[in-house]
Ligand binder design. Structure first.
Ligand SMILES: NC(=O)c1ccc[n+]([C@@H]2O[C@H](COP(=O)([O-])OP(=O)(O)OC[C@H]3O[C@@H](n4cnc5c(N)ncnc54)[C@H](OP(=O)(O)O)[C@@H]3O)[C@@H](O)[C@H]2O)c1
Length: 287
């Protein structure tokens, strides 16, 4: 099977390529950070994207590329449409009906009022990032045999400390003596990128179709997770203050968008890597 991965130079995409290339023929696309085996293609260029799909003729596309900062998406809505929605329309129009798509979506399609959310729960995004993903989901779901995989906040380790996302940032914040304010209102369910990559392999190999959720079950606020890291490090945290950051952001955030993982769990998939496990691995990279 020939698989095309978009967003392969991103946090999740790298882990997806690593997981899939053991078994499948994988072609990887990135944009500004593309290097090595990852080719650069601007997905906002519809003609170039269409030609790529026609020439590569993949059996399956794992679509990770997106703008994912809710504040950016809120401020630059037309630009967000150009990457988060339009390339999905090109994809749907260019691929033969037999080709499958696995589209990476988000818990932000929900409003946070009624968690946990099941795969069939009604969507109601409260920011434009969530709205852009909802519209892209609808395009993907028009195709039989395609998958929408909703995921929460991502965490991951490496390859370097600086590439370890939110955990590296929290370790730096705990380590530093500088006064920091961390949100203590919004519940987050950080889930490891290698677990999500395994879920994607599982969905491919089981010929899954429709909507799936993949998530860790433990939720804490940003402040709560920082306290977990501080206790792993055995470090005092008098310089970190819990705050309600919801008022100061450009885009609204759901307060609790916990996903229920019914469909994947029913077929035997469970995430393996807890926050503590990933945090210990990132701490080991620190020196
Ligand atoms: N990170 C999270 O916590 C989170 C949570 C829920 C859902 N998601 C979803 O998971 C997916 C992956 O997220 P991520 O954290 O891996 O994001 P990321 O690290 O920001 O990576 C985004 C990817 O999109 C590519 N890209 C950006 N502009 C592009 C363009 N014009 N043309 C082609 N490619 C372009 C980037 O390429 P270059 O870097 O090479 O420019 C990069 O490979 C996204 O769909 C996101 O919405 C993420």
């Amino acid at each position: 099977m020939k698989i095309l991965v978009t967003g392969a130079s991103g946090f999740l995409g790298r882990a997806v390529v690593e997981e899939l290339q053991e078994t499948f023929r994988v072609a990887a696309l990135g944009h500004q950070h593309a290097e090595g085996h990852i080719r650069s293609l601007d997905l906002r260029d519809a003609m170039a994207w269409r030609s790529e799909l026609e020439e590569a003729a993949p059996d399956l596309v794992v679509h990770c590329a997106a703008y994912r900062d809710p504040d950016f998406c809120e401020r630059y809505q037309e630009e967000t449409r150009r990457l988060n929605i339009t390339p999905l329309r090109v994809l749907a129009d260019s691929l033969p009906p037999t080709a499958r798509v696995i589209f990476i979506s988000t818990d932000y399609v929900f409003d946070g009022q009624n968690a946990p959310y099941r795969e069939e729960s009604a969507r109601h995004p409260i920011n434009f990032y969530g709205q852009s993903k909802l519209e892209a989901e609808d395009i993907v779901l028009e195709r039989a045999q395609s998958v929408v995989l909703r995921i929460p906040l991502l965490m991951g380790c490496g390859p370097t400390f600086d590439q370890s996302g939110l955990i590296a940032k929290m370790i730096q914040s705990v380590r530093s003596e500088e006064l920091a304010e961390l949100d203590d209102r919004i519940l987050r369910f950080p889930t490891d990128i290698t677990d999500i990559a395994r879920a994607i392999r599982f969905l491919i190999e089981s010929n899954a179709a429709g909507i799936y959720h993949a998530t860790q079950s433990e939720g804490k606020t940003q402040y709560g997770w920082a306290m977990t890291i501080a206790s792993l490090m055995g470090q005092a945290v008098d310089h970190i203050r819990p705050v309600d950051a919801t008022e100061t952001r450009i885009a609204a955030r759901p307060l609790n968008s916990q996903l229920a993982m019914d469909r994947l769990q029913r077929v035997g998939f469970v995430p393996q890597n807890s926050f503590e496990h990933v945090a210990r691995k990132v701490l080991a990279l620190e020196s």
